[in-house]
Design a protein around this ligand. Sequence first.
Ligand SMILES: Cc1ncc(COP(=O)(O)O)c(C=O)c1O
Length: 381
Amino acid sequence: MIRVLGYNGRKVLGVTSNHMKIDFANLQYQYQLYKAEIDTAIHKVLDNSNYIMGSEVNELERNLQIFTGAKHAITCSSGTDALLLAMMALDIKPGDEIITTPFTFIATAETIKLMGAVPVFVDIDEKTYNIDSSKIEAKITEKTKAIIPVSLYGQPADMDTIVTITDRYNLKVIVDGAQSFGSTFNGITDSNLGDISTTSFFPAKPLGCFGDGGAVFTDDDTIAEKIRSLRVHGQSKRYHHKYIGMGGRMDTIQCAILDVKLKYYAQDLALRQEVAEKYTQTLQGRDLILPSIDSRATSAWAQYSIRIKNRDEVQAKLKERTIPTAIHYPIPLHMQECFSYLGYKQSNFPVTEKVCKEIISLPMNPYLSNDKIEYICKEGI
Ligand SMILES: Cc1ncc(COP(=O)(O)O)c(C=O)c1O
């Protein structure tokens, strides 16, 4: 039976049962919360049947612009395609080098390779798990064209140093904000931190649709116009193709769903922050490493990831108690088979390699109640 529970001032739907049922991202619950509005939005699209580039696409883009303050918000088919569109817009060519982190989801470096460019990895900072900005300059060569910092787990990288470096060497910055929509650095939203910023609306992301989706943000009118064209096969007008582009649009139905969820997103971010604080308060003093947020940043808390020496044992114990966890990420990108041609070796990036062995992500969603957080921390860890 689903009922509405009042919990710490938060509106929480609960399933009455003797078991402590814990969901990792709790997508079903979120749908139940906004069901009436989402169903209406979907049916409106079904009724007018404008499934591709319907008016809901423009409406969502306008609301994303307002939410982020970016001059241009361009929706696209996924966070992966958002990265591709960003690199295509910057005219990244075969042989160009792009500096990034080896501690991220494969898409960040996979898209660099798909462009024919070379991913050049830099180890991570031991506190934030983002690219170590003090090690970037040593990797810059004549061929370097751009840096792609990733805002891992929801927290932007050290953008002060990164932008100083890119200005000095005349490089471009593409922020991979797939996990960090709505986070900030020096009070600036993640979507405005690079020449181009990207995000993902994959269902489990902090702001997710009900399928694949993503967006590209920029203040540059020329880049924005090019990206809008690239996402429809480089078209300038119907059947006139200025660029080699791609089929990279976000479906109208997904835009309609996301537009409903965007209205509540500021509230979701505040709830995620509360959940993170409750975890930190409950786990403080234990023999483990808690997340560390830079004083200049706020996190979107895509994940609440801790480091613990006996990680695999802890994960097994949590599984026994049906508490879901995830490892983001067990194998660093420089050790992935698909990148063996780059010639990196074990021990090239010691911080990344250590963190990969110790990291574990605990259930994280805006609706995780305090008693569930206490149960996870007391029973499982
Ligand atoms: C850091 C990062 N970049 C890119 C992506 C790709 O996003 P999508 O799954 O929407 O293609 C993801 C998705 O998990 C991600 O975490």
